[in-house]
Write a protein that binds this ligand. Structure first.
Ligand code: SAM
Length: 340
């Protein structure tokens, strides 16, 4: 079928857009089964491509919003799927389309309160930003079923001992599971890497938020410092990254109940929470914007995180770090994955 479509529409796959079309029916079935669709379910599909998965989703009764960047594929999809009134094709870069906007623009108002799922054979060059885009969104999807590069999927689903920044970030928001291993031969043209189908059951409220993490951006600041030198022991990586005296770091780690010689990759999420609790007072958090002193929000800060005008201060003393000041959510790492 894909060969016929490619010929009929005179389409040549573009490597730069990660165009590797799924041509294995058995894998398609596994994606559908992991999605656990009920008629009427709302699905955002990223990169519908030739529309083979889109059509299968629609046949299961899903209402699909397909977001495709390639204008030629948008034309193909609109023509090919014209007989499916519950499929909307949107020409956009998914990373520039807010999930709430996609839902609002393509669904009747009465459906906006329903949850939605994200299902995709992802273009691998944007795996990490896409996860971030949806897991940090409001509203978040209830479930994501995505095809990703094998190593990336394994890192996301890793257990303590093999955790990476990407694992902590994804597991903060969702419970991941690898549904299926998929060889490169299941795609046309075949990519250079193998893949996995990954299912993320997304928490409506992250368990760590329920159990006390009140500052998500601050929490991820600490996690990022912990992973700043993953091969080093935490006492060293944290002391170096936070510019704190090693003795102080050791006593804070002990206070958190964490053996200072451990490495970041071994920590459970609950241990990161304990680490955040003891290190949070040493992180700079900005004061809210003050109308009389707008420039204060751009200034530096002291050990308690209070902003001072025109001064620099180090992390241990509350140094401001890029991206840590005004984001209420943390970004998933952009460089923690290897794309194709
Ligand atoms: N879903 C199809 C399939 O399974 O055969 C195609 C999957 S292909 C791996 C990735 C698709 O994502 C391509 O159609 C590509 O054009 C599209 N794409 C790439 N970057 C995108 C972006 N930033 N926003 C939306 N779609 C994108």
């Amino acid at each position: 079928m894909y060969r016929q479509l490619l010929r009929q529409f005179d389409f040549k796959p573009k490597k730069r857009l990660g165009q590797h079309f799924l041509v294995d029916e058995a894998v398609l079935e596994r994606i559908l089964s992991a999605a656990e669709l009920s008629p009427g379910d709302i699905v955002i599909e990223i990169g519908p491509g030739l529309g083979i998965l889109t059509e299968a989703l629609a046949k299961q009764g899903a209402r699909v919003i397909g977001v495709e960047l390639d204008v030629k594929l948008v034309a193909l999809l609109k023509k090919r799927l014209a007989g499916f009134p519950d499929v909307k094709i949107v020409h956009a870069d998914v990373l520039k389309a807010a999930p709430w906007q996609l839902l609002q623009d393509n669904l009747p108002a009465c459906d906006l309160v329903r949850g939605y799922k994200v299902i995709a054979n992802l273009p691998y060059y944007i795996t990490s930003p896409v996860l971030s885009h949806f897991l940090e969104a409001q509203p978040r999807p209830s479930k994501m079923v995505v095809m990703v590069q094998k190593e990336v999927g394994e890192a996301i689903a890793a257990a303590p001992g093999k955790m990476r920044l990407l694992s902590v970030k994804t597991q903060f928001y969702s419970r991941p599971a690898i549904v299926s291993y998929v060889p490169a031969a299941s795609f046309y043209p075949p990519p250079k890497v193998d893949s996995v189908v990954l299912r993320l059951d997304v928490y409506s409220q992250p368990p760590l938020v329920k159990s006390g993490v009140s500052d998500v951006a601050g929490f991820f600041d600490i996690v990022m410092h912990g992973f700043s030198a993953p091969r080093k022991q935490l006492r060293n990586s944290l002391a170096h990254s936070l510019e704190m005296p090693p003795g102080q770091v050791v006593s804070l780690l002990e206070k958190a109940g964490i053996e200072p010689k451990r490495r970041a990759e071994t920590l459970r999420l609950e241990e990161w929470r304990e680490l955040w609790k003891v290190f949070a007072p040493f992180l700079c958090r900005p004061e809210p914007f003050t109308s009389g002193h707008p420039e204060r929000s751009e200034g530096s800060c002291d050990a308690q995180g209070k902003l001072r005008e025109g001064e620099e201060c180090s992390p241990a003393q509350g140094k401001l770090r890029e991206g840590s000041r005004d984001s209420s959510v943390a970004r998933l790492p952009q460089n923690d994955i290897r794309g194709e």
